[in-house]
Ligand binder design. Sequence first.
Ligand code: NAD
Ligand code: DAU
Length: 336
Amino acid sequence: MKLLVTGGAGFIGSNFVLYMLKKYHDYQIVNVDALTYAGNLENLKSIENNPNHVFVKADIRDTAKMDELMGQGIDVVVNFAAESHVDRSIMEPDVFVKTNVLGTQVLLDAAKKHGISKFVQVSTDEVYGTLGETGLFSETTPLAPNSPYSASKAGGDLLVRAYHETFGLPVNITRCSNNYGPYQFPEKLIPLMISKALADEPLPIYGDGLNIRDWLYVEDHCSAIDLVIHQGRVGEVYNIGGNNERTNLYIVQTILEELGKSESLINYVQDRPGHDRRYGIDPTKTMTELGWKPEHSFETGIHETIKWYLDNKEWWTRIQSGAYQEYYAKQYGSRL
Ligand code: NAD
Ligand code: DAU
C-alpha cells in the first residue's frame, strides 16, 4: 500500500508515520509537510534512511504539487496537515481557514482526480463544541465549533462529507480527543507545563482550571487511524477517545507532583476567549465496529510522556527559540 500522509512532520503525523513503518514493512509513505513552526524533521530522524519513507516539503494548498504527488500511484491519503493551536487561531484566524479549509479542498480535488481508494480526514472532537456536566460526543452530535480553529476544522470536515455525497469519493472522518505523548510542540498544555515546571517558571492556568479535556496517548490515536484505513466503512465518521476526562488543574498538579515541584508555581491567568468547558468522547462505534482499544492508561501514558520530555530536553529547548519565543511573548505577555 502507498500512503500520502500530510502533516507528517508534526506531533501526531510523525508518530503515525513511525507507527505505520514499524508495523507494515512493505508499505510506502510519501510524507508531505510545509514545515511551518510546528513541523520538525527531527521527529523523523530514526527513519532517515528508510527507503519506504519519502519526505516532500510542500504546502497542501499547492494544487499542482498535490496533483503531481497523488498521480504517483497513491492508494490512501491521511490528512493530518493543519494549523492546530486554538490560541493562535484566536490571534490569527486567516491561516487556519487557508490551510484547514482550502488546503483540504485542494487535497480532495487531487484525490478525486486520481481515484484514490480512501481519504481519511483527521479531525477533532472540538468540532462538536462544548459539553455541560453530563453527556458525551457521539458521531451524530451536531457540529457547533466555538473557536476559529474548530470552525476551520469543521469546514474541512464538511467538504470531505460533500465530496463523498456529491462525487462518491471514498472517505472517512476521524474525530479524536486531546492527544499527548512524544514530539508534542511545547505550546500545548502538557509539554508547556512540563517545560515551565522544569524551569521553575509560573505555570499559566486559564480561568479556574476546571475545564475538562479527554486525554488519549498519541499511539492509541495512531492505532485507531490504522483500523479506520483498513476497516472503516466508506462515508462514516469515527470518534476516538479513551474515557480519560481530567481537569486542567489535575493535569498540572500531576506534572508538578511527578517532577517534585511545588504547587506554588501555579499561576491562574485570564481565561481563553470562548474557552470550551468540557470535552468527552463516546468511542463505542470505533471500539465495537473496528475492534479498537486503547493500550495506555492515563497514569502510564503521562508517566512515559514526562519521562520522554526529561530524556529529550534538547528537542524542546531547540524549539523554544526564534519565532516560537516571539509568539510566546505576544500570547502570554498581557496575561502573566
Ligand atoms: P501539529 O501542529 O503538531 O502538526 C501540524 C503539521 O501540519 C505540522 O508539521 C505543520 O508543518 C503541517 N502543516 C501546517 N500547515 C500546512 C500546510 N499548509 N501544508 C502542509 N503542511 C502543513 O498538529 P497535531 O497536534 O499533530 O495535529 C495533527 C492533526 O490532528 C490536525 O489536523 C489536528 O486538527 C488533528 N487533531 C489533533 C489533536 C491534538 O490533540 N493535538 C486531537 C485531535 C485531532
Ligand atoms: O480536543 C482536541 C484538540 O485538543 C485538538 O483538536 C487541538 O489541535 C489541540 O490543540 C487540543 O486543543 P485544546 O485547546 O484542548 O489544547 P491546549 O493544549 O491548547 O489546551 C488544553 C487545555 O488547557 C484547554 O482547556 C486550555 C488549557 N490551557 C492551555 C494552555 C496552552 C491552559 O490552562 N493554559 C495554557 O497555557
